[in-house]
Design a protein around this ligand. Structure first.
Ligand SMILES: CC(C)(COP(=O)(O)OP(=O)(O)OC[C@H]1O[C@@H](n2cnc3c(N)ncnc32)[C@H](O)[C@@H]1OP(=O)(O)O)[C@@H](O)C(=O)NCCC(=O)NCCS
Length: 360
């Protein structure tokens, strides 16, 4: 392991069995710093999560090996560090994060944490390290993505990432839709999509997924990493079966989070052709998150993306009537999906860079 700056401890994160357990203090600190760092960067609390809702996502899963640390500097917890290793056969990728509160930047903590991440990734036989970083809009020099779509300011995080040997590969647009007053527009768009999508019907469920749809849902989930635009990033192909769907669902259900899945079913074959996920935590007055959306490649061209999004958002008024807005994340080069979102009324809020380092 490399030498750490004086006063820095990278302490492996202990995962408690319950958030109220006496040994849960470090986990609670990790979540506190997570939320603080996101608020410092974005200027809002929409990405905040309570510790008890995050804990189920840290329980061991056969599909992901997870390393996590808290950064303790001069006796104070200042951030968190993480490394996720997909467990697919032959996996090459590793996904990492270093999130430090602003007052602790510039002391070499990031550099030391990245050295540790690289060391563990190498020991684990991983060669492709990837990470997402939000870069708030700022004046000054900008760094363009090689996709030709989007740029981010050359801010402290970008300088750190480049100095660490990472390259910018893709821009992700974070967009928000205010829910108040959107219903008439959504109804009009839904009617238009329904007219174009003859031969399909909408099916919706809250978790857990009904037994009859589990295998089809598993297959659509497996297509997310293969079918979404991924620039020059690398993703190991994921195998999903019913067991993996149930473990994925437990991450929401055990946390008391609510997910609505809206799918389009091809009437003649019974196949599921598209889906969309909307999620909110126990605080139903918080922002909603639009998670995965996919139209299966053989079913494209029937407005199914618009269909499942509008049907989901309209149903959401009954699930979380006090949620003020919906957030969504899309690759800046994903024009078909951005066009749907823009028509619905989503507007850009901020941009993330997706960074990659290939280890020799
Ligand atoms: C980005 C972040 C992790 C950097 O951590 P940090 O502790 O401030 O960084 P360090 O003090 O180790 O490094 C800072 C400086 O050293 C440089 N540096 C870092 N690693 C280096 C290396 N291997 N070789 C040469 N220079 C290096 C950086 O470019 C930077 O220089 P600058 O001050 O001229 O911009 C931190 O700012 C942060 O948590 N930001 C918010 C979250 C985020 O964006 N995370 C990144 C991806 S998950």
């Amino acid at each position: 392991m490399s030498t750490l700056p004086a006063g820095l401890e990278l302490r492996p994160l202990h995962i408690p069995s319950s958030i109220d357990a006496p040994d849960a203090a470090d986990f609670r600190d990790m979540v506190r710093l997570r939320n603080l760092v996101y608020a410092e960067i974005s200027g809002h609390d929409d990405s905040s999560m309570p510790a008890d809702e995050l804990l189920p996502l840290y329980q061991p899963q056969p599909e992901m090996k997870r390393y996590a640390w808290i950064a303790v500097f001069r006796g104070e917890v200042v951030g968190r560090v993480g490394l996720d290793l997909p467990q697919e056969d032959g996996a090459r990728t590793a996904f990492w994060l270093i999130e430090l509160r602003r007052s602790s930047w510039g002391h070499g903590i990031g550099r030391a944490a990245f050295a540790e991440i690289e060391c563990v990734a190498r020991d684990e036989g991983r060669t492709v390290l990837q990470s997402w970083a939000e870069h708030p809009a700022a004046e000054g020099p900008q760094l363009a993505a090689p996709t030709g779509f989007g740029a981010v300011p050359e801010d402290h995080a970008a300088r750190f990432l480049r100095a660490s040997g990472c390259t910018l590969e893709q821009i992700v647009r974070v967009s928000a839709l205010p829910l108040a007053g959107a219903r008439p527009h959504l109804e009009a768009l839904l009617a238009e999509a329904e007219a174009a999508a003859s031969g399909y019907r909408v099916v919706q469920w809250t978790l857990p997924t009904p037994e009859e749809f589990v295998d089809a849902f598993a297959w659509m989930k497996s297509r997310m990493v293969t079918d979404a635009p991924s620039a020059d990033l690398e993703f190991d192909e994921e195998v999903w079966d019913a067991g993996r769907v149930r473990r994925y669902e437990a991450g929401y259900l055990d946390a008391g989070r609510h997910m609505l899945v809206t799918a389009a079913q091809h009437v003649d074959s019974g196949e599921l052709a598209a889906f969309n996920e909307l999620v909110i935590g126990k605080d139903r007055t918080a922002a909603t998150s639009q998670e995965d959306t996919l139209v299966v490649s053989t079913h494209r061209g029937h407005r199914l993306g618009m269909l499942v999004k509008c049907a989901g958002l309209l149903a959401w008024y009954d699930v979380a009537p006090d949620s003020p807005r919906v957030l969504t994340y899309n690759a800046e080069e994903n024009r078909p999906m951005l066009s749907i979102n823009e028509r619905i009324g989503f507007r850009p809020l901020s941009y993330e860079g997706v960074w990659k380092k290939v280890l020799a």
